[in-house]
Design a protein around this ligand. Structure first.
Ligand code: NAD
Length: 329
């Protein structure tokens, strides 16, 4: 389905991620394509419409979006919302429209079982429609800058792949076909499991090193030069004041919320259980993100705030300065 040949594209779910993603489509799609949008939060629909009044049409529900569009994207919080918007929400769902021959792309991070349930339902009711999972990574800033990575649940030989890549690249930098249905989600969940575990490990390693008298900037260099090198430590260091651009150095703001990490970590563990994969670190990792999500000192902050949750010293610079001053006295 070539972008230059369609006349309507739909977008359901204009939240922290969906709003800037839809904004990029409104700014970059060929002029012939009109965008039909819906969100239960009217304020975000109005905002997008105000930003692109010629391009955007506000719809009354998911069915109207699907009626008017040849390609429909969704960006919703959890599996239950995706099930509801596609098939379980009564008479106002995407599947209550005739979506034969249409392309449906779900960018939400949800459980693989819900995604496959939606895909199977669509395949049975509308055999000529195509549904893909396409979760994203890179956060709200990445969505605003169109630098997100997109993990596409699609086979490398799928006839729709070139068109999907062309469309998704309007919102992100890299589109990686992961091999087939629900595999984009499986890739995203295993990625977030790994990055969540690494953040806890970096926090613990830094804490034990600092308590042994090491400067965290020295530890940062040591890990970077040694076998422990990893992106979380390099660019998202959980210890404040080590890497200036890390969320920790800005009060753990502008990052990936700890509650979202808890959600993705839990989904990853469910997936692991379902496929029979053993995790010795899973339970401890989940308990850490669960505890941090409920801790008022950590809630709503970047997930690397686990360093704070685990009792790491954030005032190390001040303590070091005071120690130096007292030696000079
Ligand atoms: P959000 O809560 O900000 O946005 C979700 C939007 O969906 C909201 O505007 C909400 O009103 C809308 N919605 C919910 N139910 C609906 C319904 N029945 N019909 C229409 N609209 C409905 O969430 P977000 O941060 O944009 O995240 C969306 C997805 O992307 C999640 O699965 C999340 O895990 C994933 N994600 C988020 C980030 C991030 O940093 N925020 C990064 C990568 C992936």
């Amino acid at each position: 389905m070539e972008l230059s040949k369609i006349s309507g594209l739909g977008f359901v779910g204009l939240g922290a991620m969906g709003l800037p993603m839809a904004g990029h489509l409104a700014a970059k799609l060929p002029e012939n394509v009109h965008i039909f949008v819906f969100d239960i939060n009217q304020a975000s629909v109005d905002q997008l419409h105000q930003e692109h009044p010629q391009r955007i049409t506000k719809c009354s529900g998911a069915k109207e979006v699907a009626d008017k569009s040849e390609i429909i994207l969704t960006m919703l919080p959890e599996g239950k919302h995706v099930r509801s918007v596609y098939m379980e929400g009564g008479s106002d769902t995407i599947c209550s429209s005739d979506i034969s021959g249409k392309l449906l792309i779900d960018c939400s991070t949800i459980d693989t079982a819900s995604s496959l349930a939606v895909k199977d339902y669509i395949k049975e009711k509308f055999p000529t429609a195509s549904f893909y999972d396409a979760p994203v990574s890179g956060g709200v800033v990445g969505a605003q800058k169109a630098t997100i990575a997109i993990f596409l649940g699609c086979d490398g030989n799928d006839k729709n792949l070139p068109h999907l890549v062309q469309l998704l690249q309007l919102m992100g930098k890299e589109v990686i076909p992961c091999g087939g249905p629900s595999k984009g989600l499986a890739a995203k969940l295993s990625n977030n499991y790994l990055s969540g575990i690494i953040a806890i490990a970096v926090s613990e390693a830094m804490d034990m090193g600092m308590r042994s008298g090491l400067d965290p900037r020295v530890l940062h260099k040591v890990y970077g030069a040694g076998t422990a090198q990893n992106t979380i430590c390099d660019r998202f260091c959980p210890v404040p004041g080590v890497y200036a651009d890390a969320p920790s150095s800005k009060g753990y703001t502008n990052g990936f919320k700890v509650q979202l990490m808890r959600k993705d970590f839990g989904l990853a563990l469910d997936m692991a259980k379902r496929v029979g994969a053993k995790n010795v670190l899973g339970e401890a990792g989940y308990a850490t993100y669960d505890g941090a999500s409920e801790d008022p000192r950590c809630r709503d902050l970047d997930s690397r705030v686990v360093y704070r949750y685990l009792g790491g010293n954030e005032d190390w610079q001040k303590d070091a300065d005071e120690a130096t001053a007292s030696k000079l006295d």
